[in-house]
Write a protein that binds this ligand. Structure first.
Ligand code: PMP
Length: 429
C-alpha cells in the first residue's frame, strides 16, 4: 500500500473545522476549470454523479503504474500491496458510516446492485405469498423495480407510504400500511428527486417494533451528511461511490453481520468459495462470499481516497455548506416569477437538491438553455416516475449541490434561468 492510501485526515483545506475553504477545495477538482460553450462550467448535477478530486485521479494512476495485481490469491509483492489497499478501503468505508466492522461491508457495482443483492438473497428466502414489502413514493427506480419483481414472483404485496402536501412522508396512518405481514420497509434517506430528508431512524424503530426489517437507500445521504448505521439501526444500507467524489463502478451494501452470515450468496464463481468439489462448494467467509470474481480493485482503492478526502473536510462541514447554498438558492428561486419549487420549504428538512418547474415549459427545454450558459442541471423524471406521476408532472429541473459549489454559482443559475424563461416566453407569444 502506498503512503497516500494508508493515511487519513491529512489536511485538505488547511482550515480549522467549522468552515470550508471552498476556493481551495475547487483547486482539487481539475474539471471545474473547464469551460462549456465559452462559459465557466457551473456543475449542479451532483445528485447524478459528483466530480472527482485530483487526489483520487492520482491514486488510480498510482495503482495502475505501481502495484496493479489481482487480489487475495497472489503470493507476490504486488498482489499483497493491492490486497492490503483494497481491504483498507473496506475498513475506511466501515468507519465512515460507523459500521461495527469491515466484514459488514460488501462491495458491489453501485446502489442498484446492492439493493438487488438483498432482493435476490434475503428477499427470495424471506418474502412469500403472505408477506408484504413497504416502499415510499419518494423512491428511486432502483429501490422500486427489484421489489416489484420479487413481490410479483412470490405473490407478495407491495405498498407505498404516500406524501403530505409539503412532499414529506405521510406517516399518519402508517399502522394501516405496515402490518404483521410487512417483512421489509425499504426507504431512501434523502430523495434524489426532491431533496426531502426522511426520518429513517424513527421509521426503523417503528418497523422493528412491528417485526419488519429495514433497508435504507443512502445514495443521496452518505455523500452529504454524517451517517451512522448503528444509530440509525437499519438492517441493510446501500450507497454508491460515484456520488461522493469516488469513481464509478463501486457500490456498498452494509448489512448487520448476522444477516450476511445467514444469507445465500448472490453470484457464484471464484473468490466467493472456500472449496469446490465436482458436486458442490463451500462458501467463503463474509463479506467475500458476496464478491464473486475479480472485483473493481482500482476503483475500490480510489474510493478509499475519496473517503479520506471527505473525512478530512468533516461531514458536518459538508452538510453545513450545502445547507447554506440550498438556503440561498431557495431564497433566490422563490423571488423568481412563476417558478414552482418542490420539496419541503425548510432547508433543514432537505439535502442539497432543489427541484423546480415553470408552469408551461418543459424541463428539458430549460435544461438545454441552461447548458448554453455553462450550467449543468438535470431535467426529467430523475428515475422516480411514480413520484412524478403523483406530482402530476412529466419531470422537473433539478439543481443539486456539493462541497465545491458556491453562492456565485447559484447567481449564475438564477440569471441563466431568467434568460431561459424570457427566451421561451417571447417564443410562445
Ligand atoms: N437511489 C437513489 C436515491 C439515487 O439517487 C440513485 C442514483 N441517482 C440510486 C439509488 C441509484 O444509484 P446507482 O445508479 O449508482 O446504482
Amino acid at each position: 500500500m502506498t503512503e497516500a492510501e494508508s493515511v487519513t485526515n491529512q489536511g485538505v483545506t488547511g482550515k480549522p473545522a467549522g468552515g470550508l475553504d471552498i476556493a481551495r477545495i475547487r483547486e482539487d477538482f481539475p474539471i471545474l476549470a473547464r469551460e462549456v460553450y465559452g462559459k465557466p462550467l457551473v456543475y449542479l448535477d451532483n445528485a447524478a454523479t459528483s466530480q472527482k478530486p485530483r487526489q483520487l485521479i492520482e491514486a488510480l494512476v498510482r495503482y495502475y503504474e505501481s502495484y496493479n495485481a489481482n487480489i487475495h490469491r497472489a503470493v507476490h509483492c504486488l498482489g499483497e500491496e493491492a490486497t492490503a489497499a483494497y481491504e483498507e478501503a473496506r475498513a475506511k468505508v466501515a468507519r465512515f458510516i460507523n459500521a461495527p466492522s469491515p466484514e459488514c461491508i460488501v462491495f458491489t457495482r453501485n446502489t442498484t446492485e446492492a439493493i438487488n443483492l438483498v432482493a435476490y438473497t434475503w428477499g427470495r428466502a424471506n418474502i412469500g405469498p403472505d408477506s408484504g414489502v413497504l416502499l415510499t413514493l419518494l423512491e428511486h427506480h432502483s429501490n422500486i423495480v427489484p421489489w416489484q419483481r420479487l413481490t410479483a414472483e412470490k405473490g407478495a404485496s407491495l405498498r407505498y407510504i404516500g406524501l403530505t402536501e409539503q412532499q414529506t412522508l405521510e406517516l399518519d396512518g402508517l399502522e394501516n400500511l405496515m402490518d404483521s405481514r410487512t417483512r421489509l420497509l425499504s426507504v431512501t434517506q434523502v430523495s434524489n428527486a426532491l431533496g426531502t430528508i426522511n426520518p429513517v431512524q424513527e421509521l426503523a424503530a417503528e418497523a422493528h417494533r412491528n417485526g419488519t426489517m429495514v433497508l435504507v437507500d443512502g445514495a443521496q445521504s452518505v455523500p452529504h451528511m454524517p451517517v451512522d448505521v448503528q444509530a440509525m439501526d437499519c438492517d441493510f444500507f446501500a450507497f454508491s461511490a460515484h456520488k461522493m467524489l469516488g469513481p464509478t463502478g463501486v457500490g456498498v451494501l452494509y448489512a448487520r453481520p448476522e444477516l450476511l452470515q445467514e444469507m445465500e450468496p448472490f453470484l457464484g464463481g471464484g473468490e466467493m468459495i472456500k472449496r469446490v468439489t465436482q458436486e458442490d462448494a463451500i462458501w467463503n467467509d463474509v463479506p467475500w462470499k458476496f464478491e464473486a470474481g475479480t472485483p473493481n480493485i482500482a476503483d475500490v482503492i480510489g474510493f478509499g481516497v475519496a473517503i479520506d478526502y471527505l473525512s478530512d473536510l468533516g461531514m458536518e462541514n459538508v452538510r453545513a455548506h450545502e445547507m447554506e447554498i440550498s438556503e440561498y438558492a431557495l431564497r433566490r428561486l422563490r423571488q423568481m416569477e412563476e417558478v414552482i419549487i418542490y420539496g419541503p420549504p425548510d432547508p433543514a428538512d432537505r439535502g442539497g437538491v432543489i427541484s423546480f418547474n415553470y408552469p408551461d415549459l418543459h424541463p428539458h427545454d430549460i435544461g438545454t438553455v441552461l447548458d448554453r450558459y455553462g450550467v449543468a442541471v438535470r431535467a426529467g423524471h430523475h428515475c422516480a416516475q411514480p413520484l412524478m406521476h403523483h406530482l402530476d408532472v412529466s419531470g422537473t429541473v433539478r439543481a443539486s449541490f456539493y462541497v465545491y459549489n458556491t453562492l456565485e454559482e447559484v447567481d449564475v443559475l438564477v440569471d441563466a434561468l431568467g434568460q431561459a424563461h424570457a427566451f421561451f416566453s417571447n417564443d410562445t407569444k
